[in-house]
Design a protein around this ligand. Structure first.
Ligand code: GDG
Length: 452
């Protein structure tokens, strides 16, 4: 069998809290082995012109160190102040600077240059996410002829928004260098084909294939997931002793999100506030546990959202708290994964209300963590990629509308046992059938079937 070589911006090294991509891929690499190449995320490490080996995992890990300037311009700059907002429908937050684009190209080019000597002819290469879109093109320039797949973890930008980038043609052209472009949802596939068709005048062949210049790439959706069975076991064995103790008669709603403007956190708090307003007095025994660890905190858009969220939690608590009752518990630091699984299981409602999200693994973790005999209810934004798979079993919500959120919480929290069990078991059938192992297999099988 060919070796799997994965590229992503971040590697699972050290004890940094992982984002969704690393969580998902770590499961894959633990099972399949292979080589994982990424960049070292710590801007304080010394610059090194070689890839650095990180032994100690079931797979090989090689990291390219970034200089402080590269971290600023490639990672915080082009990746997270240009591509992230454009893919999440926020062109108003774009910060376009020539040095960001130059650094993005330079980092991708150096990563290709340093990696080629580690690649073998029959390796299957799988590149991940928006930090590394030009990498296939850079590897091809250096004579790499292997199959190369790409998975885009975040939404594909609309044809309207992508034009806000002056070099959009170059950007879109890089996707066509892959044999297979994997996207989270059917909606993303439609956006991608629309971008190629309408603004690149590309020929769309049968079965989602595009022909751009001499390149033929297949575009297909592969909804990512988690290791459902393992996570369910972790959740069932998680809380014990003092962590189990919550105030008597207290019902819990849980939200878990990196503190990002795409996750709709202020809108969620407004929705919860509306829910508390709508409840009759004396019934206010429901609290929201919002875990929101920091991310990209040095960017203004992120410190702004943090300030807004802190002010709002203070406002809601000031309005509704009583002695012994705190409506909003807001935690701005990472929680250990085992504990997180236990909190999901303890919560009557999982509140997942992003304004835009590629998939959202928290929605799937919440469901997997439930006790099947007495499960909680998922409230899910129609703008999360996960909605395509879970719309029948979750309570759907418009995350922009506080009344919609308030009503969805009320419906979820007052749902009877039989309906909760039905919804949960139906969701679990779907989730077991399309878990992280299914995701990896279907992507790699599709990649193997593409013609070089
Ligand atoms: C990107 C896309 C797509 C969060 N706080 C803590 C913690 N987490 C974990 C969650 C979950 C992961 O981080 C977040 O995953 P999401 O999928 O919800 O979101 P992103 O990080 O934005 O991920 C997303 C994903 O890539 C995969 O393709 O689904 O749409 O944006 O696993 O549990 N984990 C721990 N403590 C925390 O405080 N241990």
């Amino acid at each position: 069998m060919s070796r799997l070589v994965v590229f992503s911006n971040r590697l699972p090294v050290g004890d940094n809290p992982a984002g969704g991509l690393v969580i998902a891929l770590r499961d894959t690499m633990d099972t399949m082995g292979g080589l994982w190449i990424g960049t070292a995320g710590d801007p304080n490490t010394a610059f090194d012109s070689r890839l650095v080996n990180h032994p100690g995992a079931n797979f090989e890990r090689l990291a390219m160190r970034l200089s402080g300037t590269e971290h600023q311009n490639y990672y915080l700059g082009y990746a997270n102040s240009v591509l992230w907002p454009i893919c999440h429908g926020r062109p108003d937050l774009l910060d376009i600077r020539p040095e960001y684009f130059e650094s993005y190209l330079a980092v991708n080019s150096r990563l290709a240059e340093l990696s080629v000597e580690h690649l073998e002819d029959d390796d299957v290469i799988w590149i991940h996410d928006y930090h590394l879109i030009p990498l296939a093109s850079e590897l091809r320039k250096r004579g790499i002829k292997n199959k190369i797949g790409y998975f885009h973890h975040i939404p594909f930008p609309s044809a309207q928004n992508i034009r806000a980038l002056s070099h959009y043609k170059e950007l879109v052209g890089w996707f066509a260098e892959y044999d297979l472009v994997g996207l989270q949802t059917q909606r993303d596939v439609a956006s991608c084909l629309e971008v190629f068709r309408s603004i690149m005048s590309t020929e769309i062949l049968l079965n989602g294939k595009i022909k751009y210049g001499d390149n033929i790439a297949q575009v297909k959706s592969f909804p990512i997931s988690i290791d459902v069975s393992t996570f369910a076991k972790i959740a069932a064995n998680s809380l014990s002793g003092k962590e189990r103790i919550l105030p008597k008669n207290q019902r819990l709603i849980i939200g878990v999100d990196r503190l990002d403007y795409s996750k709709g956190l202020p809108q969620r708090l407004r929705g919860f506030q509306q829910f508390l307003k709508d409840r009759k007095s004396g019934e206010q025994n429901v609290s929201l546990l919002q875990i929101a660890p920091p991310t990209r905190g040095s960017l203004a858009a992120y410190s702004n959202i943090r300030n807004e969220l802190e002010a709002l939690s203070g406002e809601v608590n000031g309005e509704f708290a009583t002695i012994g009752y705190t409506p909003v518990q807001y935690i701005h630091k990472p929680i250990e994964r085992n504990l997180l699984a236990g909190y999901y299981r303890r919560a009557s409602v999982g509140l997942v209300t992003p304004l835009a999200d590629g998939m959202n693994l928290v929605a799937k973790e919440y469901l997997a963590a439930q006790d099947p005999t007495n499960p909680g209810v998922l409230v899910l934004s129609q703008f999360a990629g996960a909605y395509e798979q879970l719309q029948k079993t979750a309570v759907g919500v418009n995350p922009y509308d506080a009344t919609s959120i308030a009503k969805a919480i009320e419906k979820a929290i007052s749902m009877g046992l039989a309906e909760r069990q039905d919804r949960h078991s139906e969701a679990m059938v779907q989730m077991q059938a399309q878990d992280i192992h299914w995701w990896t297999k279907s992507f790699l099988n599709s990649l193997a079937r593409t013609s070089v």
